[in-house]
Write a protein that binds this ligand. Structure first.
Ligand SMILES: Nc1ncnc2c1ncn2[C@@H]1O[C@H](COP(=O)(O)OP(=O)(O)OP(=O)(O)O)[C@@H](O)[C@H]1O
Length: 585
């Protein structure tokens, strides 16, 4: 139960609703136990008539009618309060579920990229959906049924003892057996449903991947093989479901069996006691039969609730494991730190934790505010890593990065990122309208600003070519943009932000050279007072930069202007000549 203590703050938050829930439950139960009493009384009236203690049939009729009305009233009131009980406890559990999901999501967003590398997406999704649902079963149904069972027990058993103590004892003897059996059954059900769940997620992942890779599947003509793999997986999943169905099918028969045993005990022992004169009225036996049936479900829930609590505990342990993680990179500076555009890399080295790949080795360079720097190098030479370090997606392993003469760690992280416009290598667009995707860079941007940014990114003409223009929805529900269009929408998103530092990570790779030229010209105009980093494989993209650095295996092997670099032997000149001849071809 240690892990579940995390939820106490939420119980405290909703304490008034929970207290009301408790009171309502008690009221509902008190009215519920009035019903067997009135039924018992009715049997007594008939018994007295049979025994000749009451001779007037009209007196019997009116007595029975009064009891029927009382039963009806008690049932209605009890049902109404039971409805309110569900409304309070279940509603509170939904509130807590909502709060907990928000807490986890907020934590996910705080955590650094390394966290996402160490944990699989499926696992992250499971904790926020599956695990939270299991915890909700504890804060909702488990607590509701526990309160219900406790109040019913205290009220019903107290009343039963007051009218027939020995019969009460015999009646409740089989109940713990019921509890334990249901508990054991619930544990098995849980184990098997976890396996079913695992198979379900395997199936989901398989189908999802097949749909995403449908082009590859069709192009390679492997539909049949995919179908075969799916069939195997679905078959295994079906077998696990059948295993689960078998134990689930035992749940109700087991309950009915144990209710039956309790009923037989009441009739047998109650009947004997009546004959021995230890019980005066037959009505008591009828009352007890109703009580036993009333108690059975709550007793069964003791077992069920114990297994819910166990599952919730296990889920909360998993949730807490993520909640307790501190982000490797966090904002430790709360005061305002103005961001200047000049960037200095001073002997920076960087190793990726998970792969131990040394991506940068003693890299040093300077870019003045408003300057443009081109970064050229072979694939895997560390270009993207430089940009990631500027945005503090990772912290340097050695050396210092200074922005405006302040080490980057001493800058307010929120402010730093607010002043960075980043266009990643794989342009990522959300399933939303093109307009909103661009406005992502600046929530409050006007339509004119969106159009202006799109024009500068040379994507405006493409957008107005779609029938819904800027309101065109992208992604699964909408149209798919070409690689080059995606890159340009992503550039528009960075431009609209009007940041101090622009980071372009090979983001013109999918556009033709003419469009590239046009974008670069526009960028040249808008990035006058911005420090711009342009990572590229193409000399044409970087050649107009104020400074170019050439990377190889994480080290700077050349730096200078385009003219300086083409006039010296080395990687840059070779690349330039190669790309020049390709262009001529
Ligand atoms: N997230 C990561 N985790 C672990 N290793 C990484 C990660 N990203 C990059 N690397 C490794 O670091 C090295 C530098 O990668 P980086 O992405 O900076 O190169 P790049 O020059 O941008 O390459 P490309 O031109 O292909 O984009 C590579 O060897 C790469 O495998």
């Amino acid at each position: 139960m240690r892990a579940l203590r995390h939820l106490n703050k939420y119980f405290l938050k909703y304490k008034f609703r929970l207290i009301i829930g408790l009171i309502i439950t008690i009221i509902a139960r008190i009215f519920a136990i009035a019903v067997p009493k009135f039924v018992g009384d009715s049997v007594d009236i008939v018994e007295q008539y049979i025994n000749g203690e009451v001779s007037s049939i009209s007196e019997v009729k009116s007595g029975l009618m009064t009891n029927i009305l009382l039963i009806l009233g008690a049932v209605l009131i009890s049902a109404f309060f039971t409805f309110l009980m569900r409304q309070t406890f279940i509603v509170v559990s939904r509130f807590i579920e909502y709060d907990l999901k928000n807490e986890i999501f907020q934590q996910y967003e705080r955590l650094s990229l390394n966290f996402y590398k160490k944990n699989r997406t499926g696992d992250l999704m499971n904790r926020i959906s599956e695990d939270v649902s299991k915890v909700r079963m504890y804060v909702g149904p488990a607590i509701m049924y526990s309160v219900n069972t406790i109040t019913l027990f205290v009220v019903v058993i107290g009343y039963m003892i007051s009218i027939a103590p020995m019969l009460t004892l015999y009646t409740i003897v089989p109940l713990p057996i019921l509890s334990i059996s249901i508990y054991k059954l619930s544990v098995t059900i849980h184990k098997r449903s976890t396996v079913v769940q695992q198979y379900l997620s395997k199936l989901t992942t398989f189908t999802q991947e097949s749909f995403s890779g449908i082009t590859v599947i069709k192009a390679y003509g492997i539909e049949e093989q995919t179908q075969h793999d799916f069939k195997n997986l679905a078959n295994d999943s079906k077998d696990k479901n059948l295993d689960l169905a078998k134990v689930q099918a035992l749940f109700f028969p087991l309950m009915i069996l144990l209710i039956g045993i309790s009923n037989v005990i009441v009739i047998y022992i109650g009947g004997k006691q009546f004959l021995d004169g230890k019980i005066e009225d037959l009505g008591v036996i009828v009352e007890f039969i109703i009580f036993v049936n009333m108690l059975t479900w709550p007793v069964a829930t003791v077992g069920w609730v114990s297994s819910i609590v166990q599952q919730a505990e296990a889920s909360q342990v998993r949730i807490n494991e993520f909640l307790s993680q501190e982000p490797e990179i966090s904002n430790t500076v709360t005061e305002h730190t103005p961001i200047q555009g000049d960037v200095v890399f001073d002997n920076v080295s960087f190793t990726y934790d998970d792969t131990n790949i040394v991506a940068l080795k003693n890299v040093s360079f300077e870019v003045a505010a408003g300057e443009t720097i081109g970064i050229i190098g072979k694939t895997g030479s560390g270009k993207s890593t430089i940009l990631d370090l500027i945005g503090r997606l990772y912290d340097v392993s050695q050396g210092t990065i200074r922005i405006g003469n302040t080490p980057i760690q001493q800058l307010n992280l929120d402010e730093l990122r607010k002043h960075i416009g980043y266009v990643p290598q794989d342009a990522f667009l959300f399933s939303d309208s093109i307009k909103n995707n661009i406005k992502f860079g600046k929530e409050e941007a006007s339509d004119e600003e969106v159009i202006e940014a799109a024009k500068n990114a040379v994507v405006h003409r493409n957008i107005i070519g779609f029938s819904k223009g800027y309101d065109t929805v992208l992604g699964e529900r909408g149209i798919t943009l070409s690689g080059g269009q995606k890159q340009r929408v992503s550039i528009a998103r960075a431009i609209i932000k009007d940041p101090k530092i622009l980071l372009f990570d090979d983001c013109l790779s999918a556009v033709d050279t003419e469009t590239e030229e046009e974008i670069l010209n526009n960028l040249h105009k808008i990035s006058k007072n911005k420090t711009t980093f342009i990572v590229s494989h193409r000399v044409s993209t970087a050649k107009n930069a104020d400074k170019i650095i050439v990377l190889e295996d994480g080290k700077i092997i050349q730096q200078g202007t385009h003219n300086q670099l083409v006039s010296q032997e080395g990687y840059y000149k070779e690349l330039y000549l190669k790309q020049l001849s390709e262009k001529e071809i």
